[in-house]
Ligand binder design. Structure first.
Ligand code: FAD
Length: 642
């Protein structure tokens, strides 16, 4: 798809440039007095939290932002493979795949040794992330991703819409009632900022609050959560440009190092014409802000033109630009409980996204770490509010996501060392030069982290069973379920199994059969299915409320090696009667595809088979033998409530 030929226009790219209008701002509606969950901030973290909660009709959610309407321009644009997998869980991946620029190659440019004032391409390589996911790392306006989340919220059962022009000014958490789940310990005070002449204050009480209010988070400050690490110390010129150039690699991501003028990174954008430029402006002095540099877009363009010599850059339109200052910082805790939580308290207030970790834009990790933060938290809060999980589950958010934030800061430090840093006049730091070969090596080494696909949660009661990892070594416990295809028995359709893991709060069991024929009642797969269907210890029976479909809490799928199967020969549990008419669900049984065999691709033990337990956020919770009925029951008994 091509757009922005005659100028950048935000909005829904499905509508042609000439007709596209920015999304309308929702009308002002008073904030509710009391909700289950209050979300502060409509960035990727806040919207993902809201999108997740919007799926539950029995949870009341309020999301508010100080801006007057949805984001339209700028900020992050790199959408990692893992972020697109998450968007698929919200049924919104197709639009990104269709609209975004798909990153296939990188080029590296350095000073020409024969003519050092000119740059020269040293090499061009395939992007190291290709093949780590069924999706490709993509580049698209962050605002477009927001729009997809907003659309999903609006079309959900709760029709959730943000409240704009609301600035959070104060947040109180009443310590006397934080351990009473039914209480509303949070009191948030907002100031309306739509009409400065008539300021109005509104108060919301909530059972939980999630601070997704960015790097200068008021929620974080109200909870007295300290930030550890360097404060803002680097400034970046960031620009989205429409221009004419003779630089040959303008439609490929390029790392460009000049001899005298520093470095620039160019990233082609969606639509075929737009390009993002990152120009490193150097270190800021202590207490110096990027605004103190007094630079404007023309200065940043001039710098890019110098770096790209002898190629020309004739700018026609600056769609968006910013001087973006960042430090590498991480919050000492991600919730309102004390560090290490010695009293095992239930958290009631959380911080997520930039509110608890900030770093440079070099790796494109800001959005791609913020959005999975709340993808981790959303289902946990929902299941506690719905009464299906013990509230201790909420403590795992901080432990799981802080580990990722530390990895992020470390990766950013490594990458920062590899990209040129030029001293400012008031800073005597030694000048370092970009070594593009080292960047290439870094990207190859860290490809799983950069793609988000190798993020792994430490062992806990919701990430367990390492002793059985060998039964499916391609499904790493703690990491996300790495999708692969199988053939649906009922209709022969090819299905990406990972796409069955929707963001609907359900757990999933994938039973991978062994070499015994599953219709044989003595086979291990058949016996496991019988256990799940009939035993009093079955987690499916124990935790599914009376009168609900039996897959409404734990959704079970089976994948067999045998191709010649008829669905009606299998236990009815695998083609269950559901809904008000008792219609049969024929979409739970698959067989491996010859030549594209999931057993081979994910190294699943063909002799033993196994069962893979997948969390509502698509991470693998455990792998068990088909015969481990007791362990399967114990796994869910650890945190689920009947
Ligand atoms: C100007 C800018 C440029 C950036 N450029 C890049 C880039 O080039 N590349 C890159 O990878 N990343 C970039 N980022 C970072 C990236 O956008 C973030 O990492 C990502 O958006 C973080 O998501 P988030 O939801 O945690 O926070 P944000 O996206 O920062 O969202 C926070 C939201 O909270 C709202 N808010 C803040 N305070 C309050 C309050 N008191 N009351 C109510 N609402 C409040 C804000 O209006 C905002 O909408 C940029 C960020 C900024 C701010």
């Amino acid at each position: 798809m091509q757009y922005h030929l005659n100028g950048f226009k935000p909005g829904n790219y499905q509508i042609p440039d000439s007709a596209r209008e920015p999304a309308a701002i929702p009308p002002m509606v008073d904030l509710p007095n009391e909700v289950d969950v209050l979300i502060v901030g409509c960035g990727p973290a806040g919207l993902t939290m809201a999108r997740q909660l919007s799926e539950f009709s029995d949870i009341t959610t309020c999301i508010a932002d100080l801006e007057s309407g949805p984001l339209m321009f700028g900020r992050a644009d790199g959408i990692s493979c893992r972020t697109i997998e998450i968007m698929e869980a919200f049924n919104s991946s197709e639009m990104i795949v269709k609209e975004a620029y798909r990153l296939m190659q990188n080029t590296f440019w350095e000073p020409d040794s024969e003519n050092p004032e000119n740059i020269k391409r040293t090499h061009k390589i395939s992007d190291a992330r290709i093949g780590l996911s069924e999706f490709t790392h993509s580049i698209v306006n962050q605002a477009r991703l927001h729009e997809l989340l907003l659309e999903g919220m609006k079309n959900s059962v709760t029709h959730l819409v943000p409240h704009y022009s609301r600035r959070l000014v104060e947040l109180d958490v009443d310590p006397a009632v934080t351990q009473d789940l039914n209480a509303h310990p949070i009191t948030a005070t907002f100031e309306r900022c739509d009409d400065p002449q008539t300021p109005k204050t509104e108060t919301v009480r909530a059972r939980f609050v999630v601070g997704c209010d960015g790097a200068r988070s008021t929620v974080r400050k109200s909870l007295s959560i300290a930030l550890e690490g360097d404060s803002a110390n680097k400034a970046w010129g960031v620009m989205d440009l429409l221009f004419v150039t003779d630089f040959p690699d303008i439609r490929v991501k390029s790392f460009i190092q000049s001899k005298e003028h520093g470095a620039v990174m160019t990233i082609p954008r969606e639509g075929g014409y737009l390009v993002r430029f990152y120009v490193e402006l150097g270190l800021l002095g202590k207490d110096q802000r990027a605004s103190d540099l007094n630079l404007d877009a023309e200065d940043v363009i001039a710098k890019a033109q110098q770096i790209m010599h002898p190629y020309t850059l004739e700018v026609k339109e600056v769609a968006w630009w910013s001087i973006y200052e960042v430090g590498q910082r991480i919050a000492e805790r991600f919730d309102d409980t004390p560090v290490d939580n010695p009293d095992d308290l239930i958290p009631r207030a959380f911080v997520a996204g930039d509110a608890c970790h900030t770093h440079s834009p070099k790796g494109g990790w800001g959005l791609n770490t913020s959005l999975p933060d709340t993808f981790n938290l959303g289902w946990k809060v929902a299941s506690v509010l719905k009464g299906t999980s013990h509230p201790k589950l909420l403590q795992t958010y901080s432990t799981e996501r802080r580990k990722v934030a530390f990895q992020l800061i470390e990766a950013d430090r490594q990458l920062s060392k590899l990209v040129a840093t030029r001293p400012t006049s008031d800073n005597n730091a030694p000048e370092a030069k970009t070594n593009t070969a080292d960047i290439e090596k870094f990207m190859a080494r860290q490809n799983g982290f950069v793609a988000g696909t190798s993020i792994e949660y430490n062992p806990s009661y919701i990430c367990t069973g390492e002793e059985h990892q060998h039964l499916a070594s391609g499904f790493m416990i703690g990491q996300r379920f790495h999708s692969a295809e199988a053939i649906r028995v009922a209709d022969g359709a090819r299905q990406h199994l990972g796409h069955l893991n929707k963001a609907d709060g359900r757990w999933r069991l994938f039973i991978f059969g062994n070499q015994q024929i599953p219709v044989d009642t003595t086979s291990a797969a058949h016996q496991l299915i019988q256990f799940l269907a009939t035993s009093d210890d079955s987690p499916v029976r124990k935790y599914t409320p009376e009168g609900m479909d039996h897959d409404s809490i734990i959704d079970v799928y089976a994948v067999f090696q045998q191709q010649d199967l008829s669905i009606t020969d299998l236990p009815e549990f695998l083609w269950p009667a559901k809904g008000k008419y008792g219609l049969r669900d024929y979409e739970k049984v698959f067989h491996a595809d010859e030549g594209n065999d999931i057993f081979e691709q994910r190294s699943i033990d063909r002799l033993s088979g196994c069962v893979v337990i997948v969390r509502p956020d698509q991470h693998i919770a455990s792998i068990l033998p088909l015969t481990a009925h007791d362990e399967l029951a114990e796994f869910f008994d650890e945190f689920m409530l009947a």
